[in-house]
Design a protein around this ligand. Structure first.
Ligand SMILES: *Cc1c(COP(=O)(O)O)cnc(C)c1O
Length: 355
């Protein structure tokens, strides 16, 4: 078996793949494939209702928030957020911590005025800016909780007197967050929640309907709330597989339990990066991500050789993003401690061989 450290689409638990493959052939003994059942059938209504219930339970979503399953990826949320939350004539605030954050900023600027409160672009996004002020008259403050490409994470929720909006694509369900602190949370499923094709949105209802602009129906959160995420044909299979993964997480003991595992996995890997003289982490220590571990070789000539050794050890998806280079080990919820240990073993073997 291979250990998949790919950044996304991500590894999911083997039992989820097994159950999903069975449902492709015969879903719940209906004699039909999950790929052909109607999204209006009572069978699928039960699936989407369970997915919503599990999100609410696992993240302790308070009342007054809607949970949506949308399409178009997190990238569509870069546009939907300002369209729905930035009133005409007002401004919004963004923290620029990486590629995805800056893409979100670019889209918001097409809708209205954006204040970028701080940026770590000056150091290739190796850190999270700390000293900044969010203008009290901003309609909302947007930040990316985990920077998938650069390997930094905001483990503490920032303080601001305006509604918080967070792109949690790559750390949703990996640790406890207090949803009540947020106005809106979104996450493309394919990083830590499910397969590609569905995006989770959790939004505080009272923030909606106040922008004073006419929105195309499909870009209006209220449309999707009103139709239970079924305004148009939803991505049935992606929602189904996400639901299976949410069930898996619940059976494991939920977010609290997985968070402890994620802490151990990250510590194990960073300890080896810091110990092994051949490797070096790229993100500043205090902002290191628990989900995407970015590191390089001290000697560039070692890069290809280590990837080759990793491949021989069945460790795949480790090549770093082109804007950082080196390696990126994405150690999402479904990546086991055994997978991390196998990577550490390979790093130690590489050290021995290179002596
Ligand atoms: C991958 C990623 C995105 C883009 O997601 P799509 O679903 O491909 O649009 C946005 N934000 C973060 C943090 C990501 O990791």
């Amino acid at each position: 078996m291979k250990h998949n450290f790919g950044a996304g689409p991500c590894i999911l638990p083997q039992e989820v793949f097994q159950e999903a493959s069975q449902a492709v052939l015969n879903f719940n003994d209906t004699g039909l494939s999950i790929l052909e059942i109607s999204h209006r059938s009572k069978e699928f209504e039960a699936v989407i209702a369970e997915a919503e219930r599990l999100v609410r339970e696992l993240l302790s979503v308070p009342t007054g928030y809607s949970v949506l399953f949308l399409q178009g990826g997190a990238s569509t949320q870069f546009a939907m957020v300002p369209l729905n939350l930035l009133p005409e004539g007002r401004k919004c605030a963004y923290l620029d911590t990486g590629t995805w954050a800056s893409k979100a900023i670019k889209e918001a600027r097409k809708v209205g005025e954006v204040t970028v409160v701080a940026s770590s672009a000056d150091a290739n996004y190796t850190y999270i800016p700390k000293a900044y002020e969010v203008p009290a008259d901003a309609a909302y403050f947007h930040f990316t909780s985990n920077n998938t490409i650069f390997g930094t994470e905001m483990l503490e929720t920032p303080k601001a007197d305006v509604p918080l909006v967070s792109d949690m694509s790559s750390d949703i369900l990996s640790r406890k967050v207090n949803v009540a602190d947020y106005g809106l949370i979104y996450a493309g499923a394919q990083k830590n929640m499910g397969p590609a094709g569905v995006t989770l949105v959790i939004v505080k209802d009272e923030l909606l309907g106040k922008v004073g602009r006419t929105l195309p129906s499909i870009f209006d959160y209220q449309t999707h709330i009103g139709s239970g995420s079924m305004y148009n044909t939803p991505p049935v299979f992606s929602i189904y597989v996400s639901m299976l993964n949410l069930r898996w997480l619940k059976n494991k003991g939920g977010v609290k339990v997985i968070e402890q595992e994620n802490i151990i996995k990250a510590r194990t890997l960073y300890d080896e990066i810091d110990r092994n003289p051949l490797f070096r982490g790229t993100a500043v220590v205090e902002d290191r991500s628990r989900m995407n571990v970015t590191f390089i070789t001290e000697d560039k000539a070692h890069e290809a050789a280590f990837l080759e050794l990793a491949k021989e050890r069945n460790l795949v998806g480790l090549k770093g993003h082109r804007s950082v280079g080196g390696f990126r080990a994405s150690i999402y919820n479904a990546l086991s401690i055994a997978g991390v240990n196998a990577l550490v073993d390979a790093m130690q073997e590489f050290e021995e061989k290179t002596k």
